[in-house]
Design a protein around this ligand. Structure first.
Ligand SMILES: [Zn+2]
Length: 282
């Protein structure tokens, strides 16, 4: 999947309309690319992985790929649990200035990285230790359309090749969205919204630091940040209605293009425009 990108220097240095293009998603959340005017951009994508995966699921649903939508909704849910673990642990360690939380976390995470059941167990125990209550169990999230819980349904789709359909994929996504909404609200109220924002800021700082350490030929002054307006990022202020977001036909991947078209401006897709090139993916 490609995401919209703009050159941050064109408007300032050349006083021209922003150059836009699309580049492929990567895992590092840092993107380096050049615009047609040869400006080097280094951009940090603020959206969390679960947020992007959720958006991919919506896109797949809108395009009628219901099995792929279920895969991505589920992948989003698993990364959402990871995000919650990170935030809850960060909250417990934020006053400890002695150790680098992010470095220590990565070492610990390696031990559970390959096994989602271990990660889910860690989520339950962290949630219980942070809030003194149990989270809602995912096996208790029941689908009325398919008459089974979301975990069994996901297993049928992934392992037995069950063909999902419009009704079931929709309900699956809506149940996952509602579960995330309830959980985020617990995190917000029990830890405060500042903890989540603070985590995001520190995480960003850490990822950038790591990038510039590994790429010393780049200057830190080159970097900018971007947040795609997605279902989950909108949820930071107020959760949009799932059905209306899904039916709008717009996802975070489409918004730049739609805005440009509405303004009557040229939109350059990297598929058509070879010189909007990516110089390296890190
Ligand atoms: Zn430029």
């Amino acid at each position: 999947m490609r995401i919209p990108m703009s050159c941050m220097k064109c408007p300032f240095e050349l006083n021209t309309v922003i150059s836009l293009g699309e580049i492929e998603l990567n895992d590092s959340r840092i993107y380096s690319y050049k615009c047609t005017n040869d400006h080097l951009n280094i951009m940090f994508l603020q959206n969390q992985k679960y947020d992007i995966l959720f958006e991919l699921a919506i896109k797949a649903f809108q395009d009628g790929y219901y099995n792929q939508a279920v895969f991505s909704f589920m992948a989003s849910l698993e990364r959402f649990h990871e995000f919650c673990i990170r935030v809850m642990m960060f909250d417990k360690h934020k006053d400890n200035q002695q150790s680098n939380f992010f470095e220590s976390f990565e070492k610990m995470w390696k031990m559970v990285k390959k096994q989602s059941e271990r990660q889910y167990g860690m989520f339950i125990s962290m949630y219980f230790s942070s809030f003194g209550k149990m989270p809602k169990e995912t096996v208790n999230i029941k689908m009325s359309s398919a008459k089974k819980n979301i975990i069994n349904y996901r297993n049928d789709v992934i392992h037995n090749g069950l063909f999902s359909n419009h009704e079931e994929a929709f309900e699956f996504g809506e149940l996952v969205a509602n579960y995330m909404k309830e959980t985020v609200n617990v995190l917000r109220t029990e830890l405060t919204n500042e903890s989540i924002v603070d985590f995001g800021a520190k995480e960003q700082e850490n990822i950038k630091l790591d990038f510039y350490e590994k790429n010393q030929n780049y200057s830190e002054g080159l970097s900018s940040t971007q947040t795609l307006s997605s279902y989950m990022s909108l949820a930071l202020t107020e959760f949009p209605q799932f059905q209306s977001y899904l039916m709008s036909g717009e996802t975070a991947f489409d918004q730049f293009r739609l805005i440009m078209q509405q303004e009557g401006l040229e939109y350059k897709s990297s598929k058509e425009e070879k010189d909007y090139k990516i110089i390296s993916m890190v």
